[in-house]
Design a protein around this ligand. Structure first.
Ligand code: GDP
Ligand code: IMO
Ligand code: MG
Length: 456
């Protein structure tokens, strides 16, 4: 018997179908566009989302928490978003924080209030929060710090986390002792008991941990009432958005492929899936509804925190990229480590995510360089390896093979179309496109919304 996947070849075999019963047709509904980081974060996802969000009906976050720091520059004003989707800036779109996100409520409201002072209006009315999202408590953040101290003492190095409680909150979720938005809005007595149990659990692991439980509960009760009007069943909200009238739905990835808990440079990673699967699990949507998957990559590479970084430049080039690129963490204010563009990691990110196009940001930062290098392959013991190594000891040992390009030594900040770019910059872009095997749809030449060349 041959098996066929084609619907037209399918012969009904059950009696109801044979008797003429019509099966319902599966209608896929609207597609979502996903924007994902293709390196170690801070690629400029916020800027790309902002660009697309001007036409979006819904903008969703699906993973991570306020470890993310996304910058959006509109009309000369700079906004930074951590938990709020960058699309919140568009008064015509709805923003959704999905079930896969971990939410620190004091952080969320502080962020909203801070941006309100900068001119962001009506954000609480435009924000929807999934009732299945897990909560990050203040003590999760304290534990994050204690774990970092412990790592430093035990192994002589830590991860360099953002200390936003991300690892501990996802640990609570995975160990099934975490508390969700729906628990906070349900029976508060029951919530309080589970909250106290969770604290006891952490205190048995970290005896120095002190928590003013009653004060925390009082604050959480107040936050619950402010949050209540925004909370919905996220799965049903997305289902309706996908199957109602045509809608433009955008998913804003946080963190990035090389920080993914499964695919990143483990253990120097974050605690969520920052690759495309996270969009499905973090929102409760079927894979069939994923449409465009845009990868965002800087024209060079940066990394915050500890971990292998094969193309890192601990020299004048690295310093130039750091200062010209203003490479300072949005969330922690730490200097970002800098190096040449590593196409091995961008290709690896593409293997996992299946990018349909790439946004290449910060090309302008390279404007002053005499020559520009691009990492194209890794060698181990003199031999090229075709895969990205899982083991960090191996990744530390790889030798990077570079291609060298002449710099264009021209200011690109005013370029608005392909033909405005110098030929040497065009060559650099075309090389990246061909090497990764994904079309480059946008090239960034400055911070603000208009500094983006759209290629097609
Ligand atoms: P995200 O976390 O991926 O959203 O990125 P971040 O906001 O953390 O970091 C990107 C930084 O680069 C921000 O300061 C942006 O304003 C800035 N940026 C984004 N695209 C460009 C670009 O094309 N050129 C320049 N010069 N800056 C850019
Ligand atoms: P966006 O969305 C850059 C890094 C931290 C640390 C590791 C683990 O702005 O690109 P965590 O606090 O998540 O447990 O830290 O991951 N990291 C990021 N680096 N950009 C980010 O987000 C990051 N989110 C986490 O620096 O090395
Ligand atoms: Mg960032």
């Amino acid at each position: 018997m041959s098996l066929s996947w084609s619907a037209k070849d399918h012969k009904p075999t059950n009696p109801a179908a044979a008797a003429g019963h019509k099966r319902p047709r599966s209608d896929c509904g609207n597609k979502v566009t996903v924007v994902l980081g293709a390196q170690w974060g801070d690629e400029g996802k916020g800027k790309v989302v902002d660009l697309l969000a001007t036409e979006a009906d819904v903008v969703c976050r699906c993973q991570g928490g306020n470890n993310a720091g996304h910058t959006v520059v509109v009309d000369g004003k700079e906004y930074d978003f951590h938990l709020l989707p960058s699309g919140i800036i568009n008064p015509k779109s709805t923003s959704l924080i999905g079930n896969g996100v971990v939410i620190h409520l004091p952080g969320l409201f502080e962020e909203g209030d801070k941006n309100e002072k900068k001119g962001l209006k009506g954000w609480e009315k435009r924000l929807i929060v999934s009732d299945r999202a897990h909560l990050v408590f203040d003590f999760h953040q304290v534990v994050d710090g204690l774990q970092e101290t412990e790592r430093q003492a035990q192994e002589g190095k830590n991860i360099g986390t953002t200390k936003k409680g991300i690892g501990p909150a996802y640990s609570s979720k995975a160990s099934r002792t975490g508390l969700r938005v729906c628990d906070l809005l349900g029976d508060f007595k029951d919530f309080s008991t589970r909250f106290k149990n969770l604290i006891h659990q952490y205190q048995s692991m970290y005896p120095t941990l002190t928590v003013d439980t009653e004060d925390q509960l009082k604050k959480l009760k107040e936050f619950a009432e402010r949050l209540r009007p925004m909370v919905r069943d996220g799965v049903y909200y997305m289902y309706e958005a996908l199957h109602g009238p045509p809608k433009k739905i955008l998913v804003e990835g946080a963190n990035a492929a090389l920080l993914d808990i499964d695919f990143g440079t483990y253990p120097f990673v974050t605690s969520s899936n920052c690759t495309v699967g996270g969009a499905c699990t973090g929102l409760g949507i079927p894979p069939l509804n994923i449409g465009e998957v845009f990868g965002v990559a800087k024209a060079y590479t940066t990394r915050v925190g500890i971990g292998a970084f094969p193309t890192e430049q601990l020299n004048a080039t690295g310093e130039l990229l750091q200062t010209r690129g203003h490479e300072v963490g949005v969330t922690t204010g730490r200097k970002r480590r800098c190096g040449w563009l590593d196409l091995v990691i961008v290709r690896y990110a593409h293997m996992i995510n299946g990018f349909t196009a790439i946004a290449l940001t910060k090309l302008d930062i390279l404007d002053v360089l005499d020559e520009i290098k691009v990492g194209v392959a890794y060698k181990l013991n003199g031999k090229r390896i075709p895969h990205f190594p899982a083991n960090m000891d191996v990744l530390h040992k790889v030798e990077v093979e570079y291609e060298t390009f002449p710099g264009w030594k021209t200011d690109t900040a005013a370029a608005r179309k392909w033909n405005d770019l110098p030929a040497k910059a065009q060559n650099y872009i075309r090389f990246i496109e061909n090497h990764v095997g994904v079309p480059i749809k946008w090239v960034g030449v400055g911070k603000s919304r208009e500094c983006m060349i759209q290629m097609f």
